[in-house]
Ligand binder design. Structure first.
Ligand SMILES: [Zn+2]
Length: 121
C-alpha cells in the first residue's frame, strides 16, 4: 500500500485535476452558449457551429468520464481501499499510481480489461 504521505500527495493531484476539468467543462459550455447566441446567417455558418459544438461535446464527455474516475479514486482514498487492483486485489505499484492516480487496476488487469472492452465494441 502507498504510505500516508504518498496518499495525501496523490489525493492533492486528484483534486487539482478535478478542479481543472470542472473549469474546462464550464468553460466549453460557455463557448457553446456563445456560439448559439450568434446570428447564423447561412447553412455554412450553421454547419461550423454544429461541428464546433460536437467537438466540444466530445471533449466534455471524455472529461466527464475522467472526472468520474477521479471521484471514485477520491472516495477510495477516503474509505481506505485506494491503491489496490479492483480485479486481482494486488497493491498497485506507486509508480503507476503517480503516473495515473485514478488507476483502478494493476498493469496486467488493465490489459485484460481493455481487451474485454475492445471485444464489446
Ligand atoms: Zn490486477
Amino acid at each position: 500500500m502507498p504510505n500516508r504521505q504518498q496518499i495525501s500527495e496523490l489525493k492533492e493531484t486528484l483534486i487539482q485535476r478535478q478542479e481543472r476539468i470542472l473549469k474546462n467543462i464550464n468553460g466549453s459550455r460557455d463557448n457553446i452558449d456563445q456560439l448559439k447566441d450568434q446570428d447564423i446567417k447561412d447553412d455554412l455558418d450553421y454547419a461550423e457551429v454544429i461541428s464546433d459544438s460536437f467537438t466540444e461535446g466530445m471533449i466534455a464527455n471524455h472529461q466527464l468520464a475522467e472526472l468520474k474516475q477521479i471521484e471514485d479514486a477520491i472516495k477510495k482514498i477516503d474509505d481506505g481501499t485506494y491503491g489496490t487492483c479492483g480485479m486481482c486485489g494486488i497493491t498497485i505499484p506507486i509508480g503507476r499510481l503517480k503516473a495515473k492516480p485514478f488507476a483502478k487496476f494493476c498493469t496486467e488487469c488493465r490489459e485484460v480489461f481493455e481487451k474485454e472492452e475492445a471485444k464489446k465494441q
